[in-house]
Design a protein around this ligand. Sequence first.
Ligand code: PGA
Length: 252
Amino acid sequence: MRKKIIAGNWKMNMDLSEGLDFAESINNYFREKPSDRAEVILCTPFIHLAGLSGLLKDGKIVFGAQNCAAESSGAYTGEVSASMIKSTGAQYVITGHSERRTYYHENDKILNKKAALAVKCGLKVIFCCGEVLQEREEGTHFSVVRRQLEAGLFSLSEEEFKQIIIAYEPVWAIGTGLTATPDQAQEMHKYIRDLISEKYGKNFADQVSILYGGSCKPSNAAEIFSRADVDGGLIGGASLKKEDFCAIVEAV
Ligand code: PGA
């Protein structure tokens, strides 16, 4: 059985005390109503990570970062390395989010370095891929996602790829209120799993968790997650509201 995952992506929201209080209240919720179907991950700004390790030590939920440096250490002012993230007790890091690709010009080559380094440091990588609206309209969405995966991840060995979770996030659905239909999500997730299967074998591909992201909310989560190749979600806006986030976890 593949692991089901719901990961909250807080993006650049919440100061230190707001974030720790919020994480604690989510943790309390799952202490009382454990989520045995899905692993719950909070991907927070860097400033929260060190504080979360003490707060979440009962292990009901786990945490991770939203980015890491493409280099392992040295003179890279302002960067945070994968090993620094790991040293906080974080287990995960998101890489390749469309906001990083667009606003910070992170290309496939940089993302490949980040994924390889993060895995080497013992982090699990939530690797985002997805097409923009124009690509969907032109019908190039499959080839775009194929390129992102081949260039970003397929240099990894099978052993390394075991630490990878894919998040398919159509860019036109992120923060827009537009969601891929369950059929569109399933079609792309199946395509992604087939690509992984071609490269690493079918048994291996069957174990890889593929999450959907893009305007997931309590009202659409259950239907999207019911599709065969959708193994959970990467949740942006709705991860900032406790009731919504917990309801999405329960929709798995
Ligand atoms: P959204 O963001 O749920 O607000 O659309 C998803 C994401 O960017 O990971």
